[in-house]
Structures are given as structure tokens and as C-alpha cells.
Design a protein around this ligand. Structure first.
Ligand code: NAD
Length: 259
């Protein structure tokens, strides 16, 4: 394993340029430079006394549905004020240059799609969407809730909930299968902005390693993956990813030119 803290080493740029099947796994850190708090950072202000592990669960929703609804509603509103950053855009540039590419994100903020990523799996859902807690139907409109309840599904009357995967819930099977299949087939996996602790996403780089792929980690802090990765870029993704793209394809602008 090698570690760099500043510019991209030329050998690493060559690895990216030569890669034919690339998977990128992202987590909350990739959106930190857009001003979206990571899970731990989301605990300031009004919510300081709540543990997210006790809010983002089905049992919390069963116990205190309005509290859980309000927590997510506040996060959904906050997303309207943020924009994708240079790290999100650099991933679009990689997608445009690599034929076989899949972005696997644990983020629920929708910023990758807003930056222009298309070949993508949202493993944990999307905060902007709301669904019926009973029938899983996606719902676009609802009436303001009376009293102390979340809004109700206009079709069946059950409570509405965010379309995200909570702790204690399984991931969407199709999305996970697509991510695992890509991890098993890739020759390069870039892992950016994740604490690499939440399963099953955290197992994807290990699958890629087992299948013979190189693994590059991008994170200012050490994680359990750091010891396993072939190379670690100890820098914020908003700097490291554009620098990697510029080193691999010196003709590329940050937003990515034509393929
Ligand atoms: P995490 O909060 O557990 O870890 C974030 C990681 O990002 C840390 O290792 C941190 O060192 C790193 N980091 C911080 N700033 C960075 C930067 N500028 N560049 C690169 N790395 C940086 O996040 P996780 O691993 O994604 O797991 C948390 C869970 O919470 C996930 O399931 C995710 O769905 C959810 N979540 C999502 C969002 C979002 O959509 N933006 C935000 C918070 C939590």
C-alpha cells in the first residue's frame, strides 16, 4: 500500500488511464465539500440530542413517526441549497472516458445525478423521493399532516416515509446485485468519502480485491479499508478526484470533455 497526500503520482494516473472496467464507490464524504453534513456531522443544532442510529430505523419510525419524518424533511429542504462539487464532476469525467463504468453510491442526496452521472446505483435510496410505508409506491404530492403525524399516502392512507434504506433494513436486491457483479468484474475500484464501515457496501472493495482489481482509496482520514487498498490518496475528494482526472487525461477539463 502507498499513500500520497498532495498531487496524483504519475503511476496512479496510468492505472486509471489503462483501466477498462471501473467501479467507484462513494459515501457521505464526497458531498462534504458541497456542504452536506456526513452522518456524524448532521448531529448539530436542534438534532444534537438525537443519535441517527435511533432515528434512521424502522423501529424509530414505528415509535415516533412524526419525529423521523421531520428529521428527513429538514434534510430534504437543506439539499435544495447545495450544489454538486468538483469531486462529483470529476466522476462524470471518468464515466465519459471509461467504456465500462459504474458508480455505486451510499449517498441519498442525489448530487451525483445532478452533476451528470448516469451509470449509477443508489444503494441506499434517494432522500428527494417519498414513498408509502405500506405499499412502497413513490408519492409526489401529499397534504400537510394534521397534528402529530407524518403525511399520509393519498392512495391507501398509510404514513409516508423517505425512500431511503434505514439501518436494520435490507438493501434493494437488484441494486446490490448490480454493484456486486460490477465489483467482481472491475479492474479498478476507486473508493471515495466513505468510512467503509457500513455493510454490505463496505464489502464491495474487498470483493474487487479478491477478483484481482486494484483499489484506490480517497479519504483525508484512515479507515478500515486503508490497510487493504493498493493506494491511498489522503486528501478531500473535491481535490483528489479532479487531480486524478487531470493527471490521467491532461486534455480533460474538470467537467469532462468528449469521450
Ligand atoms: P460516514 O459519515 O460514515 O463517513 C464519511 C467519510 O468521509 C469519513 O471516513 C470521512 O473521513 C470522509 N470524508 C470527510 N470529508 C471528506 C472529503 N472532503 N473527501 C473525502 N472524504 C471525506 O459516511 P458513509 O461511509 O457514507 O456511511 C454513512 C451512511 O449514512 C451511509 O449509509 C449513507 O447513506 C448515509 N449518509 C448519506 C449522506 C449523503 O447522502 N450525503 C450524508 C450522511 C449520511
Amino acid at each position: 500500500m502507498s499513500i500520497s497526500t498532495a498531487s496524483t503520482p504519475p503511476a496512479l494516473a496510468a492505472v486509471l488511464r489503462a483501466a477498462r472496467r471501473v467501479v467507484v464507490l462513494t459515501g457521505a464524504g464526497v458531498s462534504a465539500e458541497s456542504g452536506v453534513p456526513t452522518f456524524r456531522d448532521a448531529l448539530g443544532g436542534l438534532w444534537a440530542r438525537y443519535d441517527p442510529l435511533e432515528i434512521a430505523t424502522p423501529s424509530a419510525f414505528a415509535r415516533q413517526p412524526r419525529l423521523v419524518w421531520d428529521w428527513y424533511a429538514e434534510r430534504r429542504d437543506a439539499l435544495r441549497l447545495v450544489e454538486p462539487n468538483s469531486g462529483h464532476r470529476a466522476l462524470v469525467a471518468i464515466e465519459r472516458r471509461v467504456g465500462d463504468f459504474l458508480l455505486v453510491t451510499q449517498n441519498v442526496d442525489g448530487l451525483h445525478a445532478r452533476a451528470g452521472s448516469r451509470s449509477m446505483v443508489e444503494l441506499h435510496g434517494n432522500l428527494a423521493r417519498v414513498r408509502c410505508s405500506l405499499e412502497d409506491r413513490i408519492v409526489d404530492r401529499w397534504d400537510a399532516p394534521p397534528g402529530d403525524e407524518p403525511p399520509r399516502c393519498p392512495h391507501c392512507g398509510a404514513f409516508l416515509r423517505p425512500d431511503v434504506v434505514w439501518f436494520e433494513e435490507g438493501l434493494p436486491a437488484e441494486a446490490l446485485a448490480r454493484a456486486e457483479d460490477a465489483a467482481d468484474r472491475c479492474d479498478l475500484m476507486i473508493v471515495a468519502g466513505t468510512s467503509a464501515e457500513v455493510l454490505p457496501a463496505a464489502a464491495l472493495p474487498l470483493r474487487a480485491k479478491r477478483a484481482g482489481a486494484r483499489v484506490i482509496e480517497i479519504n483525508p482520514d484512515a479507515t478500515p479499508l486503508s490497510a487493504v487498498a493498493d493506494h491511498v490518496l489522503r486528501a478531500p475528494s473535491g481535490e483528489a478526484l479532479p487531480s486524478l482526472v487531470a493527471a490521467a487525461w491532461p486534455d480533460a477539463s474538470e467537467g469532462g470533455g468528449a469521450k
